[in-house]
Every structure is written in structure tokens, then in C-alpha cells.
Design a protein. Structure first.
Length: 86
């Protein structure tokens, strides 16, 4: 498991957990980022903020501080991809 803010461009994972409660958590959920959702990091701005992701078929730019509240599992995505090939 890894924070979304630490994932390199081109890598994917599945959302495992969302951090803090309150307004920030509600904002993240309203953007469509919920546990079980696949996220792919497309690019990171030169200074590290914002981070461009693909989720639910659309592209979204999200602040690094928001990405630090999103925990993903890159291994689950790799296992899921391998199972789809077989």
C-alpha cells in the first residue's frame, strides 16, 4: 500500500482507504475517488503539484495534499490485470 502522492506516472492501483474525515474526505469522494476504484497516475507537474490522474474514464488534476489522503494498493491492480489475461 502506498499514498497516491508517492506513485510514479504510468503506474496504477486500487483505492484501499481514504484518510481524514471531514470536508477534505467529502471532496475526495465527490470527485469519484472511493475505495475499490482504479486510479492511474498520468503525470506530475514539474514542482510536484498538481498530479494528473485517470479515474472512472476521465482525467482529473488533484492537489498533492489531497493525494496524500488516498491510500492505494498497486499490487492489487497487478494481480487483477494478470487474472484478466488468463
Amino acid at each position: 500500500m502506498n499514498k497516491l502522492s508517492n506513485v510514479s506516472p504510468g503506474h496504477s492501483g486500487v483505492v484501499i482507504k481514504l484518510g481524514k474525515s471531514g470536508k477534505l474526505r467529502r471532496k475526495i469522494i465527490d470527485m469519484g475517488i472511493t475505495p475499490g476504484t482504479k486510479i492511474t497516475v498520468l503525470s506530475v507537474a514539474p514542482l510536484g503539484d498538481p498530479i494528473k490522474i485517470e479515474i472512472r474514464g476521465y482525467e482529473l488534476s488533484i492537489r498533492k495534499s489531497e493525494c496524500q489522503e488516498i491510500i492505494i494498493d498497486e499490487e492489487k491492480e497487478a494481480i487483477k490485470s494478470n487474472n484478466e489475461l488468463n
